[in-house]
Write a protein that binds this ligand. Structure first.
Ligand code: CIZ
Ligand code: SF4
Length: 305
């Protein structure tokens, strides 16, 4: 079946099943095209909670659908590809975190939303890449355990020098690969471009940035900044909306490595099948869900800078 036909069938079935199609900013273009909403993982989970629709088709990776299931337990949350995971989220387990907490009983655990529900349940507060610094500042404790991303952790630590920060040694295999030489070359070839970068990249890369931000921060920055050219330091799925919203501006990928294999697993065929069967369904055990929700709710109560 051709792409247009598949997209039409999906839209029709979604309407019949009263389903909301949501897609992360890193999904394939053809998936973002048919989504009712695109966004970052937290924004999408909040949409899932607030919608009247009963079925949420979450085109993204496992921890994102779990966050939707945590915030919207009364809805049916389905993830078109059960095997779409996040290697960074898998780098920490609830037991591993419990062990670290025992070594630092005076610390507050700040956990990036890119983590399993079980890890969130062991955390004091969550953060996203857009609010991480505000969340760290809002915490009273002097000592923070920053989990699981060491790059985001080191970035937070640089912004809150008054706190002692211990970073879990996890990383995103996609963002962590970006090389200083690649950025220098892109800058040399495009001296008029601004470099915007995700805090999951290594500290040496962040040092070269004009703007460090989440995916939603990139949409805002690209739209409001008069510059015409941007070097983009995040997963290449972001290009679809950047180009759509800024048709006269130019967006340059500095490296071939900025492709997340897990985010690219979901294809239109998977979305169609998932709508037909309402499987694979993502649920979170109630005891874990309640604790994980507390960490998410605490984050949501933090005022933005
Ligand atoms: O939280 C998200 O959605 C991710 C993985 C990236 C971002 O910065 O939006
Ligand atoms: Fe995980 Fe990195 Fe892929 Fe995001 S881009 S889902 S952090 S592996």
């Amino acid at each position: 079946m051709n792409q247009d036909k598949l997209q039409q069938q999906i839209k029709q079935l979604a309407a019949e099943k009263n389903a909301l199609l949501i897609a992360h900013n890193y999904e394939r273009d053809e998936i973002q095209e048919i989504a009712d909403i695109t966004g970052d993982s937290l924004a999408l989970s909040i949409e899932a909670k607030n919608t009247d629709k009963q079925v949420i088709v979450f085109c993204g990776v496992h921890f994102m659908a779990e966050s939707a299931a945590i915030l919207a337990p009364d809805k049916i949350v389905v993830l078109p590809r059960a095997d779409a995971g996040c290697p960074m989220a898998d780098m920490v387990t609830a037991d591993g975190l419990k062990t670290l907490k025992k070594q630092h009983p005076d610390a507050t655990v700040v956990t990036y939303v890119n983590s399993s529900a079980a890890v969130k349940a062991e955390s004091d507060i969550c953060c996203t890449s857009s609010n991480a610094v505000s969340v760290a500042r809002s915490v009273k404790a002097k000592k923070l355990l920053l989990v699981p991303d060491r790059n985001l952790g080191r970035y937070i630590a640089s912004q809150v020098p008054e706190k002692e920060c211990i970073c879990w040694d996890g990383y995103c295999p996609t963002h962590d690969q970006l090389k200083v030489a690649e950025i220098k070359q892109a800058k040399a070839e495009n001296p008029d471009a601004l470099f915007m970068v995700h805090p999951e990249c290594q500290p040496e890369i962040l040092e070269l940035a004009d703007h460090i931000c989440s995916t939603s921060g990139m949409y805002e920055f690209a739209a409001k900044t008069p510059a015409e050219k941007f070097i983009v330091g995040t997963e290449n799925g972001i290009l679809w909306r950047l180009r759509k919203e800024n048709p006269t501006k130019q967006f340059i990928m500095p490296s071939q490595c900025l492709v997340c294999p897990d985010m690219k697993l979901t294809r239109l065929e998977d979305v169609l099948q998932c709508l037909e069967t309402l499987e694979p369904r993502i649920t979170v055990a109630e005891d874990i869900r309640i604790k994980a929700k507390q960490a998410l709710d605490k984050m949501l109560a933090v005022p933005r800078d």
